[in-house]
Design a protein around this ligand. Sequence first.
Ligand SMILES: [Zn+2]
Length: 287
Amino acid sequence: MPELPEVEIVRRSLERRLTDCVFDRVEVRAPALREPLDRAALEALQGCRVESLERRAKYLLIRVTSSRRESCNILAIHLGMSGRFTVVPKDEPYARHEHLAIHLRDADGHRRGRLRLVDPRRFGQAFVLDAATWQSDRHFAHLGVEPVGDLVSEPFGGSYLESQAEGRRGPMKAFLMDARVVVGVGNIYASEALWRARVHPKRSVARVSIRTWNRLAEAIRGVLNDAIAEGGTTLNDFTDGEGNAGYFQVSLDVYDREGEPCRRCEGRVRRIVQSNRSTYYCPGCQR
Ligand SMILES: [Zn+2]
């Protein structure tokens, strides 16, 4: 499943390709996704020009304006479990599970290939929102702050985490994975961030010092930024429209290393299950 770093890499790789391109023709080929594609709304984007590509949580936001600039919309894309969102050459045969195909041309009218959403497991999403009001849409209204990126005004840091934890109980790991608090901390990155910050995954969020909150915020930012940097090295694969686009392996310090030596102390990595998900941590140095 693509996580925030993968989505950010897709955004960076497509940004160069898409900005200033025009949606020549929008083709809804297979509307049956978990949230069915709205054919009329998507086809109405024909003739629109791409202004920018942004990201909010794991959504790609393509900001487009109509040819006479009388309207500004957002095409939101989510990759779900298995989605791939790439630009392929214009003659590329259609893929199985190619739900959405957007034929592109540049400002000079030259054809620029085809932007496509391919999703065999159909958990992906593609929908259109008014650019002025997208943040109040149900997909976005309840999202917490961005740990990396700048789409929300509230700054992410230790004080923010501390304020969010006020009056709450429960284990640290579940708190960090709560998208209403902070977006983008999936199961793997939660284990990694807790290890970096030397915080036990079961530790209660009550009575945590500001120093620890600061360490956690820094660790979250660090693991995500490191993954983005690592994924960035594979950027050429995306722009070539390779089959692996959007998915990469990152080096992990603790996740999936049960029984192996801790990279920081004499301890050995242990696996526990929290909320039906595996958590990896080191009992030697995480308190
Ligand atoms: Zn350790």
